[in-house]
Design a protein around this ligand. Structure first.
Ligand SMILES: [Zn+2]
Length: 210
């Protein structure tokens, strides 16, 4: 069992103990730790990358059984974990922007069903709250509403109830989420809504950070 420090701790460096380190058969090793600051891929967000004792962590995945850190060499014993903080910050900004885009979609009678917050391909997909009355959304208006919110210096609020962590900023509506998020909303910067595509009753809102 790995303690998931990243859920409530933004540290990008800490120590941990290696519980297991097994070859994956494709030249990598799957490492489990007693605790981790590495966010695994999930919820539309890429995994953290970084190092364990100067050995590269190329990806982190969350299987039903464990959080696996995929490394290019073996590691053992007491180790130092370092997350690439630049990538973490970018991923947190993109993912946090996805939350606010979901919120604005809600205000415009849509409901976010899934998202992809990878750099270069970030998008949120919505279904209509009322399929009988699909309201088209204007890109410029959507972007203005998103940026009106993300320029606020609202502090992040993390809560946990019955093992489910919820996330929000200030008094905005909270959502259950296991991703990484900016501490203060305006760390996101400006959001560009690149395209809103309507297809089969769903809209896809593509976005980037400027
Ligand atoms: Zn989130």
């Amino acid at each position: 069992m790995t303690e998931l420090l990243y859920l409530f701790d933004d540290s990008t460096e800490c120590t941990a103990s290696v519980l297991s380190c097994l070859p994956t058969g494709d030249g990598l090793y799957a490492v489990t730790l007693d605790r981790t600051i590495f966010h695994p891929q999930g919820g539309g967000q890429p995994s953290d990358i970084g190092t364990i004792n100067n050995v590269s962590v190329v990806k982190v995945v969350h299987t039903p059984e464990a959080v696996l850190h995929l490394t290019d060499h073996e590691v053992a014993g007491e180790v130092v974990l370092k997350v690439n903080s630049e990538k973490r910050f970018l991923h947190s900004r993109l993912h946090s922007a996805g939350h606010i885009i979901g919120l604005v979609g809600d205000q415009l009678s849509w409901h976010a069903t899934r998202g992809n917050h990878f750099p270069g391909e970030a998008r949120v997909i919505f279904e209509p709250q009322d399929p009988a009355s699909v309201k088209l959304v204007d890109c410029v208006q959507f972007q203005a509403q998103v940026n009106q919110i993300v320029t606020q210096a609202f502090a992040r609020v993390l809560t946990e109830n019955n093992g489910i962590r919820t996330v929000t900023w200030g008094n905005l509506p909270a959502y259950p989420c296991g991703g990484t998020h900016v501490k203060t909303l305006n760390e996101i910067g400006q959001v560009e809504i690149k395209k809103i595509k309507l297809k089969k009753g769903q809209i896809t809102v593509s976005y980037a950070l400027t």
